[in-house]
Design a protein around this ligand. Structure first.
Ligand SMILES: [Zn+2]
Length: 202
């Protein structure tokens, strides 16, 4: 059974599957087979011990990069409070680290200028200026809007090592970052659209 089968199965499940445990391949945020980069999504686990930040310098918009995560006042709520505030899909992804079904997010098709902010606390996480079509079915970016606005953690779930991306203000799970992205950073921030809210530039 190949990955493409898994992916198309997941697409068929659509939004219904967004809150359910998805097949492993769909949860990996993989680039489809046929892409030259299809095999490289686990590169992060090799070589750097997955502990160090993958960010090359400099990143755009990172004027505060030296003071990483400084100046961001944390938003802390109980699990019950988050459950009340978020939709079931958002809660599953953002607080329980679930993965939405690929191609299920309307944000995939947004190409207007604007910012993608955390759906829970409204901290801007990504800009349309770094959005690109990764072919994965998840909204993808090659850099965060500011380095300090996202936090990374090593994720060893599903039998592999990945870098999880979280909102630096409310610690919501947003997605993962891989090092098979396009220039200039070579990074691919593979995000769950349900964790983001698009705010069009006025
Ligand atoms: Zn947040």
């Amino acid at each position: 059974m190949n990955r493409r089968y898994f992916l198309s199965s997941s697409i068929a499940l659509g939004a219904f599957a967004a809150v359910a445990r998805l097949p492993v391949a769909a949860a990996l945020c993989q680039i489809p087979i046929g892409s030259k980069e299809a095999q490289s999504n686990d590169l992060r686990s090799k070589g750097n011990g997955a502990q160090s930040s993958p960010h090359p310098d400099p990143l755009p918009g990172g004027e505060g990069a030296a003071s990483k995560s400084k100046g961001i006042k944390k938003v802390i709520k109980t699990d019950a409070e988050w459950k009340q505030l978020l939709t079931p899909e958002q809660y599953n992804v953002m607080r329980q680290k679930g993965t939405e079904a690929p191609y299920s997010s309307p944000l995939n098709d947004i190409h207007d200028a604007g910012n993608f902010e955390c759906a829970a606390c409204e901290l801007p996480l990504f800009s349309s200026e770094t959005k690109f079509n990764s072919g994965t079915g998840w909204p993808s970016f090659w850099a965060p809007i500011k380095r300090e606005n996202v936090r990374e953690e090593v994720d060893r779930s599903l039998g592999m090592t990945r870098s999880e991306v979280l909102c630096a203000r409310c610690d919501a799970h947003a997605g993962h970052v891989f090092d098979d992205g396009p220039k200039p950073t070579g990074l691919r921030y593979c995000m769950n659209g349900v964790a983001l809210r698009f705010v069009k530039k006025a």
